[in-house]
Write a protein that binds this ligand. Structure first.
Ligand SMILES: *Cc1c(COP(=O)(O)O)cnc(C)c1O
Length: 395
């Protein structure tokens, strides 16, 4: 491995461990355990396992290790721990480091399950959680008081695509000694520089862009070697949320092509955002990579101007128009995953955010006409044509 490699090279070769057969494609070590040469070796390995010495797949496995090293290298993190799902990563990162009496400050605009973990689970164990508007730096400044243990946010929120200033929030958090944990799914590993910008811990649901083909659930927690091995690993290996070797292999193969897919998806998302500006059927077109986005300067600073692979459209005709529009599409599918090779649309108010009370929906801008589009790798021209004909039918 070379420190000078660009991300695309790391994504193809990083972390590779070859067996004695010299296989080209990474091997799937679909084994729960590992044989010891002697009783003495078993005893010694339990005392202190070396770099390539494994004990039990819940603790670690060669295929899983390859994936952890490859994605850590890609993100510029010292180390990583792979988990069974994105939510195992979010809940594992938080619960492994928090205890009763700790205080967490979080952005309010969160993925539903993240909100559940913070609002329902952590508070049950005596952790104090305060929610703020993630785009309001003064709100963060007021909430991040001395004694705050952790700060949590999604760097780009779902589904209204608001961007949190990683550097500014990290400076406030570090001034009081708090750990910054960033759920970075919408930014993707391709456009992220979160660790260099101040994040201490970066979390991905690898179900999204890393797999990118809708096959497997997975997640990863990235951070310093100290945090991953001393705080996260003991918690995850004993509570059971580890990634399976087969999933790790799916994710390794996903990483090889991720940058090509994500850049093509983001280019089509921008093409769509441009084609749909001022369309009479739309009240809003939200895409962080478009100059019309309210936080375009921050996007330029934080993500090199790239807006990710998701855009949100607000149909002026409300829910009836949104449903007509979705039902008239011929290429994208109606589903709720994102980051997939296939374009996927969802109506957040009646699906992913159905259970949110109306006042919360209003506060987060989840209107009846809002649809979220995860842009796939189909040709951008075909997507534009299909969206335009479906909007026509929705009017
Ligand atoms: C999907 C998602 C998760 C959860 O990931 P799973 O792999 O479905 O468990 C967490 N945070 C964000 C922002 C997501 O989009």
């Amino acid at each position: 491995m070379s420190d000078t490699w660009n991300a695309r090279t790391r994504a193809v070769h990083g972390g590779t461990r070859r067996s004695q057969y010299g296989e080209v494609s990474e091997a799937i070590f679909l084994t729960q355990g590992f044989v010891y040469d002697s009783a003495e070796q078993a005893a010694q390995r339990f005392e202190k396992a070396g770099e390539d010495e494994f004990i039990y797949a819940r603790y670690g496995n060669p295929t899983v290790r390859m994936f952890e090293e490859r994605i850590a290298m890609l993100e510029g993190a010292e180390d990583g721990f792979a988990t069974a799902s994105g939510m195992a990563a979010v809940s594992g990162a938080l619960t492994s480091m928090l205890k009763a009496g700790d205080r967490v400050v979080s952005a309010r605009a969160l993925f539903g399950s993240c909100l559940y973990v913070l609002e329902e689970v952590l508070t049950r164990y005596g952790v104090e959680v305060e929610f703020v508007d993630g785009t309001d730096i003064e709100a963060w400044r007021r909430a991040i008081t001395p004694g705050t243990t952790a700060v949590f946010f999604e760097s780009i929120s779902n589904p209204t695509l608001e961007v949190v200033d990683i550097q500014a929030v990290s400076e406030l958090a570090h001034a009081v000694g708090a750990t910054v944990l960033v759920d970075n799914v919408f930014a993707t590993p391709v456009f992220s520089d979160a660790i260099a910008q101040g994040a201490d811990v970066v979390i991905y649901s690898t179900t999204k862009h890393v797999d990118g083909q809708g096959r497997a659930l997975g997640g990863v927690i990235l951070g310093t070697q100290e945090f991953i091995r001393k705080t996260v690993e003991p918690y995850m290996k004993h509570t059971g949320g580890s990634m399976s070797p087969f999933t790790a292999w799916v994710m390794l193969k996903g990483l090889e092509t991720m940058e090509l897919r994500v850049r093509a998806q983001a280019a089509s998302a921008l093409q769509l955002a441009e084609a749909l500006q001022r369309h009479p059927a739309l009240a809003r077109v939200i895409y962080p990579g478009h100059p019309g986005h309210a936080q375009h300067d921050l996007v330029a600073r934080q993500m090199g101007g790239a807006g990710g692979t998701v855009l949100s459209l607000d149909l002026a005709g409300g829910q009836a128009a949104a449903f007509k529009f979705l039902n008239a599409l011929t290429i994208p599918v109606i589903s709720n995953n994102l980051g997939d090779a296939k374009s996927i649309l969802t109506h957040p108010a009646t699906t992913t955010h159905q259970r949110l009370p109306q006042d919360q929906k209003d506060m987060l801008g989840i209107t009846p006409g809002l649809v979220r589009m995860s842009v796939g790798i189909e040709h951008g021209d075909d997507l534009v044509a299909d969206i335009l004909q479906a909007l026509e039918k929705a009017q």
